[in-house]
Ligand binder design. Structure first.
Ligand SMILES: [Zn+2]
Length: 332
C-alpha cells in the first residue's frame, strides 16, 4: 500500500492472477520500489502476485490438491465433487481455479474464490474513496498490449505507453475488469505484457513504464507521460473479446501436419495475402510438410511462438485484417 503525501484518488494494481504471467508481478514489485510516496497524491494499493502457488508451479492455476484422474488425455475436464479439475496443460484457463473468472469471489468456497473475495473486499471496496483506476496485469506470448473493451479503455490504453492496443469489444463478467466496471469504477484496464512463464527485462520495463504513465494520467503523479510515436491498434476476433466469441475461421491458418514450426515472420508483423508465414518441418527427414501462407492481408495475431512443436489442427496464427496506427500524443 502506497500512501501518498498529498490526498487524491485511489488506484489499484493487480498482477499475476495467472501463475505463468510473472512479468506483471516483477513489474509491480519494481514499481513499488521506485515510486516516491512523497511525490504521490492519493493511495495506490498493489497486489503484486495474486496467485503465488500457481506461480511457483509454473501453471496458470493451482488445482488446490484435486488431482486429475489417470488415463488418456480428455478434451473436457473431468469433474469430481462438482469441481472442474484442471488438466495437465499449463495453458488451460478453463477450470474452476482460474482467478480471473471468479470476481468478486465468495467465502466458504475454494481457496481461489476466497483469495479473490479477500482482495475484492479489502483492496477494491475496503478503501475510501473507491478506486477510480484499476489496472490488471497479465502476460501473453506477443508484444505487450492493452486489451481495450470500449472507446474509453482505448483512449486510456493509448496513454499506457505500450506499443499495441487490441479493441476486444467486450470483457468477461467475472473478470476483475468486468466486476470493477459493474460497480461503476470509471477507468479499468487489462494489460498483457510480453512473455509467459518468464520475466524478461523488456517486459518488466514496459510494465513499470505503463504504471507510471497511468498514474500520471490519473494526476496522482506529476510529470510528462513517456509515449511512443505511434501505437498499433488492432481489432481482432471480429471485434469480440477472446474466449467470449469464436474468432472467424476464415482468418485462422492451421497446421495440416504434426511437426516443427519454423517461423518466417514475427508476431504482429504485417503480411500480404500469399506471403509465407512459416514452414512445418519433419524432424526425421528435414522435409517441409507444409508451407503456411497468409490467407489475407493483415497482421499476424496469436502466432504460434510459445513452443516450436505443433500438432495437426492447431492454429499457426490468425490474420488480423482490421488495424490502424494511432499517435497517442495526437489522440490526447
Ligand atoms: Zn492472464
Amino acid at each position: 500500500m502506497i500512501n501518498g503525501a498529498k490526498s487524491g484518488p485511489h488506484a489499484l494494481i493487480v498482477a499475476c492472477q495467472h501463475g505463468r504471467e510473472v512479468s506483471g508481478f516483477a513489474a509491480a514489485v519494481r514499481f513499488c520500489q521506485e515510486i516516491d510516496p512523497g511525490k504521490t497524491a492519493g493511495t495506490v494499493a498493489v497486489v503484486a502476485c495474486m496467485n503465488p502457488l500457481a506461480a511457483l508451479l509454473g501453471r496458470q492455476a493451482w488445482n488446490e490438491g484435486f488431482e486429475r484422474e489417470t488415463g488418456p488425455a480428455q478434451k473436457t475436464n473431468p469433474k469430481r465433487n462438482g469441481i472442474t479439475i484442471p488438466p495437465l496443460d499449463v495453458f488451460d484457463y478453463d477450470t474452476d481455479f482460474n482467478l480471473n473468472r471468479l470476481w468478486p469471489g465468495k467465502t466458504g468456497d475454494s481457496l481461489a474464490n476466497r483469495i479473490v473475495h479477500e482482495v475484492w473486499e479489502n483492496a477494491v471496496l475496503g478503501i475510501e474513496p473507491k478506486p477510480s483506476l484499476v489496472v490488471d496485469i497479465h502476460c501473453h506470448d506477443f508484444p505487450s498490449a492493452i486489451y481495450a473493451c470500449d472507446a474509453s479503455a482505448l483512449s486510456l490504453g493509448l496513454l499506457s505507453g505500450l506499443p499495441v492496443v487490441y479493441e476486444t469489444g467486450g470483457v468477461g463478467d467475472a473478470s476483475l475488469e468486468g466486476a470493477c466496471r459493474k460497480i461503476g469504477i470509471p477507468r479499468v484496464l487489462t494489460a498483457e505484457l510480453r512473455g509467459n512463464g518468464c520475466a524478461p527485462a523488456q517486459s518488466i520495463c514496459e510494465g513499470v513504464g505503463m504504471l507510471f504513465n497511468l498514474l500520471k494520467a490519473e494526476k496522482m503523479l506529476a510529470g510528462e507521460l513517456s509515449l511512443p510515436g505511434k501505437v498499433l491498434v488492432i481489432k481482432p476476433w471480429g471485434g469480440a473479446a477472446p474466449r467470449i466469441s469464436k474468432e472467424p475461421l476464415s482468418h485462422t491458418v492451421e497446421a495440416l501436419h504434426d511437426g516443427i514450426l519454423a517461423l518466417e515472420k514475427a508476431p504482429l508483423e504485417k503480411v500480404r495475402k500469399g506471403d509465407v508465414i512459416a514452414r512445418i518441418l519433419d524432424p526425421e527427414s528435414g522435409q517441409t510438410l507444409q508451407t503456411a501462407t497468409a490467407l489475407a492481408t493483415g497482421h499476424l495475431g496469436n502466432l504460434h511462438t510459445e513452443v516450436a512443436k505443433i500438432k495437426k489442427g492447431e492454429r499457426i496464427c490468425r490474420i488480423d485484417t482490421v488495424a490502424k496506427w494511432i499517435s497517442p500524443a495526437e489522440a490526447r
